[in-house]
Ligand binder design. Structure first.
Ligand code: TYD
Length: 138
């Protein structure tokens, strides 16, 4: 019943390096994600002492990418926690439903791109940690 945090790892996003030194390009194609993207949003101008997230989702899945800068993502399945550092534009973190997440330690200029499986729906959020723990325990 608890989501297996060990199964959650950073995914490589294919990177195309221009042979003539004009820089890199990364592409997220549909094969990379287990869902169709319904929504894209991004966090930016986040103060370094801010904590974003602080919720879980009933159904929604999302893929987070540090397209610029870095930040940490703490995942909590109701029983244990695992922290990921996102600091490369060609790595992403796929967060399944049923996982509490907190995003913190944003560097200056960090941008967190989020590719999401659902439209925005406040009813899909679990914003109370005690509620989350009791749902995951049951
Ligand atoms: P929230 O999900 O709490 O942000 P975070 O998890 O990054 O800390 O959302 C912040 C506010 O923005 C909240 O009032 C809901 C609103 N919001 C939308 O209206 N549409 C969206 O797609 C998202 C992600 C948030």
């Amino acid at each position: 019943k608890y989501v297996d945090l060990e199964a959650i790892t950073l995914k490589d996003i294919p990177k195309i390096i221009a042979e003539d030194g004009r820089g890199n390009l990364s592409v997220v194609e549909k094969e990379l994600l287990p869902y169709e993207i319904k929504r894209v949003y991004y966090l930016y101008d986040v103060p370094s002492d801010s904590i974003r997230g602080g919720h879980a989702h009933k159904e929604l899945q999302q893929f987070l990418i540090a397209v610029s800068g870095s930040f940490s993502v703490v995942l909590d399945n109701g029983k244990e926690r695992k922290t990921f550092l996102l600091n490369r534009p060609n790595k992403g973190l796929l967060i399944p439903s049923g996982v509490w997440r907190e995003l913190e330690n944003f560097s200056a200029g960090a941008v967190c791109l989020s590719l999401v499986s659902q439209e925005y729906d406040e009813d899909d959020y679990i914003r109370d940690y005690t509620d989350f723990k009791s749902i995951e325990r049951s």
